[in-house]
Ligand binder design. Structure first.
Ligand SMILES: Cc1cc2nc3c(=O)[nH]c(=O)nc-3n(C[C@H](O)[C@H](O)[C@H](O)COP(=O)(O)OP(=O)(O)OC[C@H]3O[C@@H](n4cnc5c(N)ncnc54)[C@H](O)[C@@H]3O)c2cc1C
Length: 566
């Protein structure tokens, strides 16, 4: 079954579930009327169905290669990218003054999810460019903005993100790339970066690298890191790509999946770079890109889940085994359970990602700190839960396909292999969970409490219409509140061992809330039936997770490294 972008579902969620009306009620986004948003999503969906989805398999079978130092991308990717760029899809939320559509990030997130569902490997390229656009918009000089933003926004040039080094992965502060002033306001960047997605590209006129490096005598750790823009070709006076910069792709990684996306080892050999933001402010500037990218990667996970789901559903509707009323395996209770589980989780993860985007849009439109705090709180949940759902859905997809799922021709395995990295890159899901219980609870749990207040108020209001479902969601929120209060009272070091179950429990409860809203909006339809399934079967997982969160840290840390090796 070919991928079909779920445009109608996005329209439903935006209109009824994730509070997007608050965004369109702001002056900044008054033009984003429901008709206009529906038209934009419909157009993006058509591109996904007709142009991007047909490229997905090619990206797996014929990934990018490096021939004599020259990168060659998957046949067809150049044309697919051109269609993305020409449609303006690189910068749906990009600034209008530099050529962007200026639409809410919520709409951009929906587009990102659909494009990732259609072709994850290709769409990673414009996704990284989007992050770079945002980082430059917030931290670059006017001169750099004027030169680079129009070209990145139009898709003429692409952007990358260079953090990782062999000794500096999750611990970015351990990086050692150097930046030495050239005396003319530019810097000479030297060092090796690994795992750089789309570190080269044969269908954009220039590749602009955002590179983290240290000035001579910089402080150790993250405080001594600065951010530099290092283009593959140095723009000449007219802004056109000029002489080649001193950098190269050393090799491409051989990966488990996502073969269409070249993952590069990069060597910077005194390459000319321009500082972005302040000296020592590299992490702050890069975080603008990373936060944008974290939500984007969460959307990648959900998109891949949707793709794997449609692919499995198509098979389940055709495959005959045993006797069922439908005549195919979709009639078997266990197959139905797997498919319903994925569909229900996709709604939960998609709604979390969209509501994170709504909070970001509201923060930008109103300047209110509460919205910014909500966005910050939801970002690690959107990233980790979205990608966990992506991985679990692709796994369920293989299972629904049975033995054929293990055979490459079916395509089920590609979803499984491609999506796996989304739980690792952009900060592993473990690091996301630590961010949630660490930095994001540093307000004493205020942002979490405000969210839980809203969930409880909403379930109170739903009690008259759907008493059992509303009561279950209210109760789950209350248990989560008690656990959150207890967690905030624990020393930071004790929180990390329970960070992952806490994040997942929070996502589960948020999922219950969004399912309840969907059921209220569609009380006799498929959304209500799916909500009943989620709330009675999947939401209870939070009880076990929160019991784990409440457990003392001592039991975990009592197991020594020697015990593990015994
Ligand atoms: C296909 C692919 C594309 C990528 N693209 C890019 C890119 O474009 N740009 C870029 O800069 N990087 C990129 N990366 C790198 C990616 O972001 C890192 O792999 C990731 O951040 C994890 O770092 P690491 O691989 O060094 O793992 P490690 O940091 O060594 O982690 C190993 C394990 O230890 C855990 N761990 C580490 N530190 C802690 C801690 N303090 N507390 C608890 N657990 C911890 C991790 O969660 C993980 O489970 C890419 C990676 C891949 C595989």
């Amino acid at each position: 079954m070919a991928y079909r972008a779920p445009v109608a579902e996005f329209t439903f969620l935006l209109d009824k579930v994730v509070g997007f009306d608050a965004v369109t009620a702001t002056e900044r986004h008054a033009e984003a009327t429901p008709d206009m948003v529906a038209a934009v999503l419909g157009e993006a969906g058509r591109l996904c169905d007709e142009v991007l989805a047909p490229l997905n398999r090619a990206g797996d079978l014929q990934g990018a290669v490096l021939e004599n130092g020259v990168l060659r991308s998957t046949p067809g990717f150049a044309e697919g990218y051109r269609a993305i760029a020409e449609g303006g899809w690189v910068a749906v939320a990009g600034p209008v003054e530099h050529g962007g559509m200026g639409l809410p990030l919520t709409v951009a997130s929906a587009v990102n999810e659909m494009m990732s569902g259609a072709c994850l490997a290709l769409h990673l390229n414009p996704l990284l460019t989007q992050g770079q656009i945002e980082a430059l918009e917030h931290h670059a000089s006017e001169e750099i903005k004027a030169l680079y933003l129009p070209k990145l926004i139009s898709g003429e040039w692409s952007g990358t993100m260079n953090l990782t080094e062999p000794q500096a992965g999750s611990d970015v502060g351990a990086l050692s790339s150097k930046a030495v002033p050239n005396g003319d306001g530019t810097y000479a960047i030297t060092g090796q970066k690994i795992f750089i997605s789309w570190g080269d590209c044969d269908f954009t006129g220039n590749v602009c690298h955002l590179v983290l490096a240290r000035l001579p005598d910089a402080a150790p750790g993250t405080k001594g890191i600065s951010l530099f823009l290092v283009p593959k070709y140095i723009p000449d006076e007219s802004g056109a790509p000029g002489v080649a910069n001193d950098l190269r792709v050393v090799s491409l990684e051989h990966k488990m999946g996502l073969h269409g996306s070249p993952t590069c080892v990069m060597s910077f050999e005194g390459a000319r770079g321009w500082m972005i933001g302040e000296e020592g402010g590299g992490m702050r500037a890069m975080f603008t890109m990373m936060n944008n990218a974290r939500l984007g990667v969460g959307c990648e996970g959900v998109g891949a889940a949707e793709g794997a789901y449609q692919h499995a559903l198509g098979y389940a509707m055709e495959r005959k085994q045993g006797r069922t009323p439908e005549g195919t395996i979709v009639g078997h209770a266990d197959v139905r359970r797997m498919l319903a589980g994925v569909k229900a989780d996709v709604l939960a993860a998609r709604s979390i990602a969209l509501s994170c985007a709504v909070a970001l849009d509201m923060a930008a439109a109103t300047g209110e700190a509460d919205w910014a705090a909500r966005a910050a709180f939801l970002t690690p949940i959107a990233k980790a839960f979205g990608t966990d759902v992506g991985c679990a859905s692709a796994e369920a997809g293989v299972q629904v396909w049975g033995g054929m799922g293990f055979i490459e021709e079916s395509g089920a395995a590609q979803y499984y292999r491609d999506v796996r990295v989304t739980a690792i890159y952009e900060g592993t899901n473990g690091i996301q969970a630590m961010d949630l219980v660490g930095r994001k609870l540093m307000d004493g749990g205020e942002a979490a409490a405000r969210l839980l207040d809203e969930i409880e108020a909403q379930s109170e209001a739903a009690k008259a219409q759907m008493p059992d479902l509303a009561e279950a969601v209210w109760q789950a929120a209350e248990t989560l509140r008690e656990t959150t209060d207890a967690l905030v009272a624990r020393p930071m070091a004790e929180r990390f061992g329970v960070a992952v179950p806490y994040l997942r429990a929070f996502a589960r409860v948020l999922g219950g809330h969004f399912h309840l809203r969907a059921a209220m909006a569609d009380p006799s339809g498929a959304h209500a039936r799916l909500a009943r399934f989620y709330i009675t079967r999947l939401l209870p997982e939070h009880v076990g997770l929160l019991a784990e969160v409440a457990a003392a840290d001592a039991e975990l840390m009592a197991i020594t490294a020697e015990d593990l090796a015994a």
